[in-house]
Design a protein around this ligand. Structure first.
Ligand SMILES: [Zn+2]
Length: 259
C-alpha cells in the first residue's frame, strides 16, 4: 500500500522553512498574492507594508506575526512549499504569496491553507509543540489522558493533543520507547508516554540539527527489527488510515491487527 501521507511535510521541515524565513523578520514587507485563490483572501490589502515581527513553526503550521497583532497561519498540507530567494528573482507561475523585503523575498507555492487571524493558537487549535525547548510533556500527557480509549499511535498524531509529530516520527518514537501503537492511551503508563514523547522531541530536534534520519521501523515492513530481530509490520491506523509501522517483537500489546 503506498503511504501517500508520508510525503506530508513533517514538523521539522516546517521548522526549516521558519528558519529560512528569519531573514525577513524585523523588516517591512511588500505583500503580493499572485494566485487568484489567495488574492480572494484580501491578504495583500491587509498586510502590505506591515512590519513582519517574527516567524515560528508551531506544530505543522508556520505562523507569521505582523505588527498590530495580526498572525498569518500557513499550513502546507501535502503540496505547499516555501522558498526564500533573492529579491526580484525570476519565476514562472503564480505563487500564493510573495513577501518582499529589502534583499530577499519569501515565496509560498501551492499553499492550500492561509488564514489571517489575531490569536494564532486559538485559530489553529493546537496542542503543545513537540519541538518547544523543553516541550511541555505534562500538558501533552494531560491532553492525551483525556482520550483514554484511543490507540496511542492514533492519539499522538492528533495535532490538538500534541502538535508537530508526523507519521514517520510517530513510528520511530514509539519504537524507541518500546510502545505498541495499538495499545490504548489508558493502557500506557505515564513513564512510557513520556519516553515516547521525549524520543519524538529528541529525534526531530536531531534532524533539525542536521542528523541523518535513521529509520528503525518506518518503511521497513518485512525487514528484521534491529533490536530483537522480529519482522516489522505495517497497518493503517486511525480515521485517516495512515500506516502505522511497528515491531511486534519488542512493541507488544494492544489490539494488533492479525497478520
Ligand atoms: Zn523489535
Amino acid at each position: 500500500m503506498p503511504d501517500y501521507a508520508a510525503d506530508m511535510p513533517e514538523g521539522d521541515s516546517l521548522h526549516r522553512a521558519a528558519n529560512s524565513l528569519q531573514v525577513l523578520a524585523g523588516q517591512r514587507v511588500a505583500v503580493e498574492t499572485p494566485h487568484p485563490r489567495a488574492a480572494g483572501k484580501q491578504l495583500a490589502e491587509r498586510l502590505d507594508g506591515r512590519l513582519l515581527e517574527s516567524v515560528e513553526a508551531v506544530g505543522k503550521n508556520l505562523l507569521l506575526h505582523f505588527e498590530g497583532g495580526l498572525v498569518l497561519r500557513s499550513h502546507l498540507r501535502m503540496t505547499g512549499r516555501w522558498r526564500v530567494e533573492p529579491r526580484g528573482a525570476k519565476r514562472t507561475g503564480r505563487p500564493w504569496l510573495v513577501l518582499r523585503g529589502a534583499e530577499h523575498e519569501a515565496v509560498l507555492w501551492n499553499g492550500p491553507v492561509l488564514e489571517l487571524g489575531r490569536d494564532a493558537r486559538s485559530v489553529a487549535g493546537l496542542g503543545p509543540d513537540i519541538l518547544a525547548s523543553p516541550p511541555d510533556l505534562d500538558a501533552m500527557l494531560g491532553r492525551l489522558r483525556a482520550q483514554p480509549q484511543r490507540a496511542v499511535g492514533d492519539a499522538i498524531l492528533d495535532q490538538r493533543l500534541v502538535a508537530g509529530i508526523g507519521n514517520m516520527w510517530k513510528a520511530e518514537a514509539l519504537w524507541a520507547a518500546r510502545v505498541s501503537p495499538w495499545r490504548t492511551v489508558a493502557d500506557v503508563t505515564d513513564e512510557e508516554l513520556r519516553d515516547a514523547l521525549d524520543a519524538a522531541h529528541r529525534l526531530m530536534q536531531g534532524r533539525l540539527d542536521g542528523a541523518r534520519p535513521l529509520h528503525r521501523v518506518y518503511r521497513r515492513v518485512g525487514r528484521a527489527c534491529s533490536r530483537c530481530g522480529a519482522v516489522i509490520r505495517s497497518y493503517p491506523q486511525g480515521e485517516a488510515a495512515r500506516l502505522a509501522y511497528w515491531c511486534p517483537g519488542c512493541q507488544k500489546g494492544g489490539r494488533q491487527p492479525s497478520a
